[in-house]
Structure formats: structure tokens, C-alpha cells
Design a protein around this ligand. Structure first.
Ligand code: DC
Length: 652
């Protein structure tokens, strides 16, 4: 899928069972592979990053088998991989790349490790430098300091003191620590520079301990891997829910769950090994109502709203991204500091976040290692299409902006890295603004009915036909032929139009009347048959889907633009009565037309709208049929409003 359009959301609720933790899954897989005996890993995360790790372990000769109950059985190789040569592709899985580099550099075989182009831009020199101190033989195959790498058998010199830098990625230290027991010799690791993302190192040590190896810690920067230690299978190992993935749902709760009905996540909580559960504390600082149990957390919106905070995010680098988007819903500025590591993740996350939040209308200050975000000064976020940079967390974070505006998320599939069904789960946890789709043929009265229904409910109103009329009108003004699809699509995409309480302005000029001329009606019907024009206008229409709700009228509201509309109405009348209505309108405006011409023109347009290949005018199976041949507008409005109330689509 190229994009996903989200309507503006009203609220969040419910219970989300978290997918397994990525950090724990990939560490557990490696440790299970390194130990003696079989380990059964339960609730392993099923995603791209874990798939890369599983593939790599299999390429190394480690048997990893999925059981019928969904658990994985990993047959450990006792620290000696059966495959002495392998060429491994690790995608963009940092956890797999760094930890396997360390383990394989000390494993005595010949291995090549590569990844996607972005992986080849993410530094690994600090880890290689540390491994070389132990005698490892490692070549850079392309750029010094970066993957891909070739590892060769070498005479190792374990023991003593190894220094590793801790200020670029904590994964270098984690990888080194997990690999050191393979040498069988006591080795001290000293971290130089500030150790960032410290909770991830704590997680590594906790998991090593579960697999029987205890690392001694001296102060904050020294770690002693013991002599003659080898990994022992715990038998069964259950992966916790992912605390970073929890952050999106907790933030959704803090923004959109009413106090008293919080959004709850299950699978990680107070007893978690993962540092990112501290995200809940950060939300609480912003004023959210947060609760935590042993393996669950919940959040809801505070009655007085969220407020901006200043926070050192060193300990929660991933979950802190979620705060950047939550900041759009807080009063005042939110300042996230000590996040330099964002620049070497799946993308340069500081730059990417700044760009996308600005697109939505936020005021963003971007620094070398900080980000300060303030919501738009006056009111609503801007509807926009946002980019995700092949970064799962960008996509998941940005989904939260939908509480403030409809938006288009480009390449939503990138969440597969850690959370393949994120958007399905997100959709289940949130309630979008209601939408009422009213389709029907020309002059059926649907425009007048829709506008009045919208007014009665206090909803927004979308006259989608106006967009096709505007396109035809702008084309005529610009001398563009009504058959020139590419030029028309470009015009449609760039329409500078403002709908302002019944008045339609194009480039600042009131064109409300001009676009209703019969010649433009004919042109609109022609340009509307062109797929690229329809595509260019799609998001523009969905951008009307705002709180508190929308009434949209047209031909494909129910089928294409809002297929999940809470109410769909197909509104029509006989051709004769429609021609009569049109005749009256035009005569009132002083235009000269004849009835036979009008009936003829109307039939032609109906035929074209109904017969075209894309989005033809058709009643949807789930639409309510409303024939207004013998009905006045007020009666039709009352009929639709009754349906709205029956379906509980409007509050009050
Ligand atoms: O509703 P209207 O008469 O203003 O629409 C003008 C033209 O645009 C009409 O010929 C059909 C086309 N149209 C469409 O194809 N899809 C829509 N959703 C709305 C209008």
C-alpha cells in the first residue's frame, strides 16, 4: 500500500495486548542460539527485524523451529555455530546486526554481514574497534566505520580491559557483552564517553543472567564478563510485550481517552525489564492520568489537558519520539533533550520529525541533539500527507496526529519492522469522527439536503462536485483541454481553493456562481471520468473528515472516498423532476435554457457518471435509498436526520 488516509479521531478506548518486545526477542534468540540445549521462546515478536535474526541463525546452522502453539524452539549450538562460513543479510535490524557482529567476530569462522542501504549508513566503527582489541579480524567491505563487514578467523587475545565508546549506540556495548562469554576468559569492558540508552544495557545484563551468565558491574562504566562462563538454557523463556510499541497506545489514551475510561495496554508494566516503560512517567509529567500494574499500563486524558514539558530523553530514546507527536496536543512547548542518537537510527529522526511536524503546522526548533515542539498557535493542525522514511517509528508516531487532523501516511507498511499489524490495532482502539455519505445523480437535491443536514448537526460539509467543477473551470481559465489528463490532474492537485460558509474562492476570487454554469457542468462530468483527476482530488476530500463530523455529497462518497461512512444515503428523483428543478434554478438566475435541452443534457450526464470505468455512480449495497420525486427538501432532511439519530452518529 502506498499510503493510508486517517480521518480525524475523536477518542481512544479499550485494551491492547502488546506484540512481543523486539529488543527482548532478538536478544533471546541470540542467547538461545549460543547456549547448550533447547530453549522454547514464547510470544516471540513476529516482524521484519526478528525474521532477519531467525534467518541469520538458520544460515549459521542453528535449528529454529516454530511449534504448532506458536512458540519457537531454538536448539543452541553451545557457542560454536555449525556453519563456519556464511553471508548474512540483516536488513535494517540494528539489534541483529550489532549483536551478531560481536558474536561472530569471536566465533572463529568466516562471515559477511550486510544490510539495506540505510544499514550501511549506520555507524559500527566503535564496536569494530572494541572487537579488534580482542584480536578479532574485521574488514570494512565499503566505507570504513560502516557495514557491510567481513569477519575472519583470528588468534584472539581475550582478557584484560577492552574499551568501547558508549555515546553513539548502546548496542555496541550490549553486543560485546553478550559475545564475551564465548572467549571463556574474564574480560573487563570499560565504556568511554557517556553511556547512552542505559536501560538497554540493563536489559542485556538481565537477559544474560536469565541464560546463566552474570556480568559484574563496577560503577556506571565498567562491566566484568566472568571466566569459564557459558550460557545455559532457561528451558522456557517468555517474551514481554514491547514497551516502545506500548507508547503509541498510551499516548493515544493520554490524548483521546476520557478520564475514567483509560486506554490500557497489556504485556508490559512495572515489572518490565524494558526501559521504555518509563515513557508512562513522561506522559504523567505532561499531566496524563497514568496507572501501572505488574504487566499492564493505562492512560487517559486529564480534565485540564496535557501540558508541555522539558525532558532529558537519554533513557528512552525510542519512546521519546512518541512524546514529540504528543506535544501537538499539549499546551505550551515540549523540549526533548539529549537525543543525538536519533540521528543514526532508521533515519535521521531529528530532521525527519521536525520536517513532518512542521508540515502539520507545528512550530519546531531543531538542534544537534534536541527538538522543541509547540502546537500551532491558532487552532487546528493542518491536514497533510506525511512521509515515514522507511522508519516504523515515524509511521506509528505520526498516526497520533490524527487526533488533531485528517492525514495521509505515506508507506504505512514500514511498521512491519517491529509491528506489522499496527494500523489495524490502532484502528480498533480509536473512534473516528462520524461521516455521512450522500450520493446521487445531478439535480437530485442532494446538495441542498446535505448542506442542511450538516448545518443541523454542526458538522462540516463537503460538496465534492464543486472540486470537479473547479477543476474544469480552472482548466478553462488556463486554456487546458478537458481531455488532457496529466495537465488536469496537476491542476486538481494544486487548486488554491477555500470553502467558506457557502462561498467558494479560487485563488482568492469568488467563483461560487461561475462554476455552476451549464458549460462547466458538462466539463466537470468529463474531467471527473479521468482516473488521475479523481486520484488527485482524493485526499483533498478526505481532509474534510474532521471533528465533530462530516456530511459529504457526490457520486462516490460511499464507494471510494468514505467507504466506511457510518451512514450512506443514495438520494435520487425521476429525471423529469430533476430537470424541472434544474430549470427553475437556472431561470431564477436569468439563464436561458429549454426543458427538452435540459432533460437531454441531464440524461447524458447521468449516463456518463454511471457508465465510467472509475468510481461510477451506483447505489452501494449498504446505502439507504431515498427517492425525493414526491418529497420536499425539509422532508428529505428530516428523513436523513432520523437515520443519523438511529445510528447514534451525532451526540446530543
Ligand atoms: O454534483 P455536481 O453536479 O456538482 O457534480 C459535478 C460533476 O462532478 C458531475 O458530473 C459528476 C462529478 N462528480 C463526481 O464524479 N464525483 C463526485 N463525488 C462528485 C461529482
Amino acid at each position: 500500500m502506498d499510503f493510508l488516509d486517517l480521518p480525524q479521531l475523536l477518542s481512544a478506548a479499550g485494551v491492547v495486548v502488546l506484540p512481543g518486545s523486539k529488543s527482548i526477542s532478538n536478544r533471546a534468540l541470540l542467547l538461545a542460539a549460543l547456549c547448550d540445549g533447547v530453549t522454547e521462546i514464547r510470544r516471540l515478536l513476529d516482524s521484519d527485524d526478528t525474521a532477519r535474526m531467525l534467518e541469520a541463525l538458520r544460515d549459521l546452522g542453528v535449528a529454529c523451529v516454530r511449534a504448532a502453539d506458536g512458540g519457537w524452539r531454538v536448539s543452541g549450538c553451545g557457542g560454536r555455530f555449525p556453519a563456519r562460513r556464511a553471508d548474512l543479510f540483516l536488513g535494517n535490524a540494528g539489534t541483529a546486526f550489532r549483536s551478531l557482529t560481536a558474536a561472530l567476530a569471536l566465533a572463529g569462522g568466516e562471515y559477511v554481514l550486510r544490510g539495506v542501504p540505510r544499514m550501511h549508513e549506520r555507524p559500527i566503527g566503535d564496536l569494530v574497534d572494541a572487537l579488534r582489541q580482542l584480536g578479532a579480524d574485521i574488514d570494512y567491505l565499503e566505507k570504513p566505520g560502516f557495514p557491510p563487514l567481513r569477519l575472519k578467523p583470528a588468534a584472539l587475545r581475550p582478557g584484560g580491559v577492552v574499551r568501547v565508546r558508549g555515546d553513539v549506540s548502546s548496542q555496541f556495548l550490549s553486543g560485546l557483552l553478550m559475545a564475551l562469554p564465548l572467549t571463556g576468559v574474564e574480560t573487563t569492558v570499560e565504556v568511554t564517553g557517556e553511556l547512552i540508552s542505559r536501560p538497554y544495557v540493563d536489559l542485556t545484563l538481565a537477559l544474560m543472567a536469565r541464560f546463566g551468565v552474570r556480568v559484574e558491574r563496577r560503577g556506571g562504566q565498567s562491566f566484568i564478563a566472568p571466566a569459564a562462563a557459558s550460557y545455559v538454557s532457561p528451558g522456557v523463556f517468555a517474551v514481554e510485550g514491547d514497551a516502545s510499541s506500548a507508547s503509541y497506545f498510551l499516548a493515544a489514551g493520554a490524548i483521546g481517552a476520557p478520564a475514567g475510561a483509560p486506554l490500557r495496554v497489556e504485556g508490559a508494566g512495572r515489572d518490565s525489564l524494558q526501559g521504555d516503560v518509563r515513557f508512562a512517567g513522561a506522559l504523567a509529567q505532561m499531566g496524563a492520568i497514568v496507572e501501572m500494574g505488574g504487566d499492564w499500563m493505562s492512560a487517559s486524558r486529564p480534565p485540564r489537558g496535557l501540558r508541555g514539558i522539558t525532558l532529558d530523553c537519554n533513557a528512552i530514546p525510542d519512546a521519546a519520539m512518541t512524546l514529540a507527536v504528543t506535544a501537538l496536543f499539549a499546551e505550551g512547548e515540549t523540549r526533548l533533550t539529549n537525543i543525538a542518537s536519533w540521528r543514526v537510527k532508521e533515519t535521521d529522526r531529528i530532521a525527519a520529525m521536525a520536517r513532518e511536524l512542521r508540515r502539520l503546522g507545528a512550530k519546531v526548533e531543531e538542534g544537534r541533539d534536541h527538538l522543541a515542539i509547540a502546537p500551532p498557535a491558532h487552532g487546528a493542525l493542518r491536514a497533510a500527507a506525511v512521509d515515514t522514511y522507511d522508519d516504523h517509528r515515524m509511521a506509528m508516531c505520526l498516526s497520533l496526529a490524527a487526533f488533531g487532523t485528517p492525514l495521509r501516511i505515506n508507506d504505512p507498511g514500514c511498521t512491519a519492522k517491529t509491528f506489522p499489524d499496527y494500523f489495524e490495532r490502532f484502528a480498533r482502539a480509536v473512534t473516528p469522527a462520524p461521516v455521512i455519505a450522500i450520493d446521487g445523480p445531478t439535480a437530485s437535491g442532494k446538495g441542498a439536503v446535505s448542506a442542511r443536514v450538516a448545518r443541523a448537526l454542526g458538522f462540516h460539509y463537503l460538496d465534492s462536485g464543486a472540486l470537479y467543477r473547479l477543476t474544469a473551470f480552472a482548466a478553462r481559465e488556463a486554456g487546458v483541454d478537458w481531455a488532457d489528463e496529466a495537465a488536469l490532474a496537476a491542476l486538481a492537485a494544486g487548486l488554491d481553493v477555500v470553502f467558506d460558509d457557502g462561498c467558494i474562492r479560487l485563488g482568492g476570487k469568488d467563483v461560487s456562481e461561475a462554476i455552476r454554469q451549464e458549460s462547466i457542468s458538462a466539463g466537470a462530468s468529463r474531467v471527473a471520468a479521468l482516473p488521475r483527476v479523481r486520484e488527485a482530488l482524493l485526499f483533498r476530500q478526505r481532509a474534510f473528515h474532521r471533528a465533530p463530523g462530516l456530511v459529504g455529497d457526490g457520486r462516490d462518497m460511499a464507494s471510494v472516498v468514505f467507504p466506511r461512512a457510518g451512514l450512506k444515503v443514495f438520494l435520487t428523483a425521476s429525471a423529469e423532476i430533476r430537470a424541472e428543478r434544474r430549470y427553475k434554478q437556472l431561470i431564477d438566475k436569468g439563464m436561458s435554457v429549454t426543458m427538452p435541452d435540459l432533460v437531454q443534457e441531464l440524461r447524458e450526464r447521468d449516463a456518463r457518471d454511471a457508465a465510467r470505468a472509475v468510481a461510477p455512480l451506483q447505489q452501494q449495497p449498504d446505502a439507504v435509498f431515498l427517492d425525493t420525486t414526491a418529497m420536499g427538501i425539509e422532508e428529505a432532511v428530516a428523513f436523513v436526520l432520523d437515520l443519523v439519530r438511529d445510528r447514534g452518529l451525532a451526540s446530543g
